[in-house]
Ligand binder design. Structure first.
Ligand code: ZN
Length: 366
């Protein structure tokens, strides 16, 4: 494994203990379009959830075989498979299924070595990376080491919508900025100053962090060698090395956002029945639809709220994405019109970003 560069400032043996092959180089998140003059509180709620999946989504992942330099070893693929399973087993409400056709995969994985490890954040993968030949995730080093296993867990964390923990504004880290640039612009990372800003120095908006306190043991936290952090002072002379695996806060955050199903008996959405939405921001409601007739149906929210609404069809017991609508940040209502067929089963999943008041909105199919 390539040794991390030792910054000029720290020459102690302890600072040399950094086991890092490289650091995750996540691509920047595209700006969220919203209507002008959006109230800051509403904006906060929209940004808090806009890269997250609706719960109970089945995410399909695929290992890309072409071009050949993206192809991974079986050992590395097994680490990625195990890591998806480890997130699933928390348990959470998302599901992960390996597929061989990249056109069916929301998450498309390459193993281009020495090209960095990175992943797009949550739904950015389907909203912006629409070419099935493109990667949404890459692993740039050996995954069969303990650090490699944590890298797989970390990149999947990004794919679930989680951001870097060391950029949590509540971390209160004071950086030695020039030491950070020196370190990350050198090998093995060789980043630009902009990439260093994006992945290390920039503080995230508090909307992206679920308001949790700094968790230096998070799987979403980098390893830092001594001398890059001025405060807390202990890291001037000691490296910051998160404990391996998911932290207690990682597990609690994932389970709060994606709770595992407790009651599989979903309420039924029938034509012309209005369902008042008594949920808090961040929460989700799910309905089952069993159409009596094959025809076009419209499923729509009513009231002043921002939601993401996704329609799935049950195919052999697995929900498949049909259509989604996200009205967040605009004075519109989420609306899906789709031909539904008698004898088939569908699910509608609706997550609330923001409402002017609880119980303000309703959902109806007509
Ligand atoms: Zn990362």
């Amino acid at each position: 494994m390539a040794r991390a560069k030792t910054p000029t400032k720290s020459s102690s043996a302890k600072a040399d203990a950094d086991p890092v092959a490289g650091h995750c180089n996540a691509p920047p998140r595209p700006p969220r379009p919203v209507e002008p003059g959006l109230h800051p509180n509403r904006m906060f709620m929209v940004l808090r959830l806009d890269t997250k999946w609706v719960n109970h989504t089945v995410l399909h992942y695929c290992f890309l075989d072409t071009p050949a330099l993206w192809r991974g070893s079986n050992a590395d693929k097994d680490v990625v498979r195990d890591s998806f399973q480890a997130w699933k087993d928390l348990p959470i409400g998302l599901d992960f299924v390996e597929v061989t056709d990249p056109r069916e995969a929301e998450i498309r994985i390459g193993f281009q070595q020495n090209a960095g490890s990175w992943s797009y954040l949550g739904r950015v993968a389907i909203d912006y990376i629409t070419d099935p030949a493109e990667r949404t995730m890459n692993f740039g080093w050996d995954l069969t080491t303990p650090y490699g296993r944590d890298t797989a867990m970390h990149e999947i964390g990004h794919a679930l919508g989680f951001s870097h923990e060391h950029q949590n504004p509540k971390a209160g880290i004071v950086w030695d900025e020039e030491a950070v640039y020196d370190y990350f612009t050198g090998p093995p990372n060789n980043w630009s100053r902009e990439e260093t800003d994006t992945n290390v120095l920039s503080k995230l908006p508090s909307s992206e962090t679920d308001g949790s306190d700094w968790d230096p043991n998070s799987i979403m936290h980098y390893h830092f060698q001594a001398g890059l952090i001025l405060s807390p002072e202990e890291y001037r002379t000691s490296p910051l090395i998160p404990e391996p695996g998911l932290s207690a806060t990682d597990i609690a955050t994932a389970k709060a956002l994606y709770p595992a199903p407790e009651n599989p008996d979903l309420p039924e959405l029938r034509p012309y029945e209005s369902h008042q939405l008594r949920i808090d921001p961040g929460e989700q409601v799910d309905f089952v639809i069993r159409p009596e007739f094959s025809r076009d149906y419209t499923i729509q929210t009513f009231g002043r709220m921002d939601t993401v609404m996704v329609l799935f069809e049950d195919i052999n017991g697995e929900p498949h994405y049909v259509q989604g609508d996200d009205d967040s940040g605009f004075s519109l209502n989420a609306k899906i019109t789709q031909r539904l067929f008698r004898g088939r089963t569908y699910y509608i999943r609706l997550r609330l970003y923001y409402a002017e008041a609880q119980g303000e909105g309703a959902l109806m199919m007509y």
